[in-house]
Structures are given as C-alpha cells and as structure tokens.
Design a protein around this ligand. Structure first.
Ligand SMILES: Cc1ncc(COP(=O)(O)O)c(C=O)c1O
Length: 438
C-alpha cells in the first residue's frame, strides 16, 4: 500500500467481533488470563497476547503497526511523549561508560538530555563540529553506542545526510537513530536511507491537531545486533530484568524494540494512554493530506517573507541560494518542511514586536498543528541553553520560528503582513519618542 493508504488502514482490519470499523479505545489497565498456565505462558513470552497496559495495549498496537508500516520499519513501540521515545531509544542500548555521538543542532530538550542529563548517569555525549559525516566519524570509539540526529533539525531546518551518517555509524558497528518528527514519513523515510531506528514526537505533525502528546520508536529490524555480542550484550545475553530472555534469540530481528518495551517501558512506565493512542490514530489518517498543504503554504510564506522590506533574512531550504538546499533536494525532493525561521530587521526588539503583533498565528512552543504557530526559541524552547549553546543548536536572538498551518494561505499571509507593518510602525514611533525626548 502507498503511504496515504497505510495512514488510514495500516494495522487495522476492523473488529471481527463487533464489526466496528473505527479502532476501539481499549480503556483497560489489565487483560484477563484464561488460567494460571495461560498467564505464565504470556509472561514467558511463549504466546502472544496482552498482559498490562504499561507493557502494551490493543489500541496503541494499531498505532504502532501503522507507524512502523509508514516508516518502512519492522516493529514499533508507542510511548507517552517524543522525549520518552528519545530517551528509551538510547538507554535501551547505552549504559554508564558509553557515549552517544550526535549532530550538533537538535531540539532544545533533546540537547539538554544528551548534554546534561544522560552524562549524570554516566552516558556522555559528543557533538560533532558540523553535520559532515566525516566529523561524526572522528568522534566514534569503542564505547559509542549510537549515532543520533534529526532528519530535519528543529529549529535550524538543517537536513541530515542520513546515508553518510549511516555509513560511518555502520563502519564502527553502531546504529544510527534518527528523529523524523519534522519531516514525517510522508516527506522522508530514514530507514530507506540506512537509519536503524526512527523516533518520533507524535505530538507534532503525526497527531496534527495540537491536542495529544505521544512518542514512537520504530525499529528497522536491520541492525545486526548479533554481530556485536559484547557491545550490545543486553540484547545478546540473558536479560536479568526479564527473567533471562535472550532478545536476539527470542525476537530475532525485532530484538531492539522488544527490549525497549519489556525492559525500558515496563519498568519505567512512560506509556501512551489508549485514549491518546486513539486520538493520534485520527490524526495520522489525514497526515498525507495535511503535510501536502503545510508544505505548499510554507513555500508561499517563505516567498512572501523574502520579498518583504522589513525582513532581514529567511531560512527556508527551498531557496536555491540557501546552504541547506542541496541536502534538502537530495532527501526531500521538490518538497520542503513547513517549519521555517526568519529575522526582522532591527534585531531582537523588532522580532519581538512582530511576534507580539501576530493575530492568526498562535504564539506558542508547539509545531505541526493544523493551526499556524509562531515561536521565539531564544525566550522559550531554547531558553535554558547558554547563548553559546543556543548558537550551537542554531538559535539566534532575533529568530522567529514559524510552523505554517493549513489555513487558507491568503489569511496566513495577511496576518504576517499586518504584523510586520505593525512592528515597523512601532519602531518608527519608538525612534520619534527617543528623538523627541532628547
Ligand atoms: C524534533 C523534536 N523531537 C522531539 C520533541 C519532543 O517531543 P514531545 O514534546 O512529544 O516530548 C520535539 C518537541 O518539540 C521536537 O521538536
């Protein structure tokens, strides 16, 4: 099936008992065992079935199958947020003494997780000097357990060279983990380019309506964990945290995601609620249509901003003179993501005035909503970072980030136009007052 069809039908064939067409919400914590023997067989992983919603739930299972199919992966695990997905994807295979090698430009909380939280648990992070796979190559050593990147970086919009990164990661025998939140599998499928694991904040475009937090870890099923029995011993040796199961033997190619579910999620509990699973399924159904509209609206917004006299710069990978263009062209084809950044002439204050004058755009820190959203990263998402760290992850003080929604393009542009005019007017008034006051 094509992605548009998978998004609607993947993982669900209707309910054979009730004939319900929509995926039911299995709002239950636990599932009844037929007998003590049946319960034991479930716990021993000898038969398939449900035990307890912290480990798995039938509503979420449909979402997991659907997203795995959309990404071209083997299996997936849904979790309660994108950050939970990122953390589990790493701690599933890394422990004290290990390191993660990452591209430098990342979503703020991901950067904080890697730079400040995991190191307190003994897992250090090494950020490459640039996106060049050769720079990443230099940082990998025998203690590296994963190479990490965002397929399209938030907020810088940099497009990762996934093929190049997969090549260097695999040369050293480590997996490439890619956050595909911004691109979504409609625009880019990292597994086809060599990624081993894909993580998502389902909260954004996948859900698409700004109502529901969720995360997903998709396992390509392609990384040869068995070839590295010492490095990835947790998948190759009896697992003490799950009564001695050897994941690669029991689950074969799906070992990674199975351990994530039965060790990370089962014992730390960042589970997606079935109700949220249901809401995310509604969102995913229209993903392809929404992304198409997001992409086209963003293209027109970028053109408009670039032609506006008050705008200093626009970072949009669709402009051939943008340094991101070649990589975007290679991985996204003719389409571009609907996240873009721009700076208003006059620096921080001018940017703030424009931001404050927006009416249709919602001022908030989310993205990927059907609604158009604007954010000022330096004062919000990336506020906890030092100015140097902000620059490292691609944030400048005046930068405004837009997540262009799917409203009518005329209304979107009209709002931006009035906000830019308003900020210009306020700037002249401020000059007049300061001149008058002298
Ligand atoms: C690229 C990216 N990854 C992960 C996350 C974290 O997602 P969540 O808010 O669902 O935890 C975000 C949040 O903005 C993000 O932009």
């Amino acid at each position: 099936m094509k992605r548009e069809t998978i998004a609607i039908h993947g993982g669900w064939d209707g309910d054979p008992t009730t004939k319900a067409v929509a995926v039911p919400i299995y709002q239950t914590i636990a599932f009844e065992f037929d007998s003590a023997e049946h319960g034991a067989a479930l716990f021993n992983l000898e038969v398939e079935g449900n035990i307890y919603t912290r480990i798995g739930n039938p509503t979420n299972a449909v979402l997991e199958k659907r997203v795995a199919a959309l990404e071209g992966g083997l299996e997936a695990l849904s979790v309660s947020s994108g950050m939970a997905a990122i953390e589990y994807s790493l701690i599933n295979i890394a422990e004290a003494g290990n390191n993660i090698v990452s591209l430098p430009q990342l979503y703020g909380a991901t950067y904080t997780l890697l730079a400040h939280i995991l190191p307190k648990r003994g897992i250090s992070s090494r950020f490459s000097a640039s996106d060049d796979p050769a720079e990443v190559d230099k940082l990998i050593d025998e203690n590296t357990r994963a190479v990490y990147c965002e397929s399209v970086g938030n907020p810088a919009g940099n497009v990762a060279d996934i093929e190049g990164l997969a090549r260097v990661a695999h040369k050293h025998g480590v997996p490439l983990i890619v956050d595909n939140t911004i691109a979504t599998p409609i625009l880019l499928r990292p597994i086809e380019c060599g990624a081993d694991v894909v993580v998502h904040s389902m909260t954004k475009f996948m859900g698409g309506h700004g109502t529901t937090l969720g995360g997903m870890i998709v396992d390509s099923g392609k990384f040869p964990w068995r070839d590295y029995p010492e490095r990835f011993y947790m998948l190759n040796r009896p697992e003490i945290a799950y009564h001695g199961v050897v994941y690669v033997e029991h689950y074969g190619d799906a070992a990674y995601v199975a351990r994530c579910r039965t060790v990370c999620q089962r014992n730390t509990g960042a589970t997606l609620s079935p109700f949220n699973g249901f809401l995310l399924l509604q969102g995913v159904e229209t993903l392809a249509l929404r992304v198409e509209r997001h992409v086209e609206n963003a293209r027109q917004v970028a053109e408009f901003l670039r032609g506006h006299p008050v705008v200093e710069w626009v970072n949009y990978a669709g402009f051939p003179d943008n340094p991101l263009y070649p990589m975007a062209q290679r991985y996204l084809g003719s389409k571009r993501c609907s996240l873009l950044t721009f700076g208003v002439k006059g620096g921080f204050e001018a940017g703030k005035r424009c931001f404050n004058a927006l009416r249709l755009f919602k001022r908030m820190v989310n993205m990927g909503d059907a609604k158009s959203l604007a954010c000022h990263p330096a004062s919000t998402t990336h506020r906890q970072l030092t100015p140097e760290e902000q620059l490292q992850v691609g944030v400048t003080p005046e930068m405004i980030r837009l997540s262009v929604g799917i409203e009518h393009i005329d209304d979107i542009i009209e709002d931006l136009a009035q906000a830019l005019e308003q900020s210009k007017r306020e700037a002249s008034e401020a000059v007049a007052i300061s001149v008058g006051g002298r």
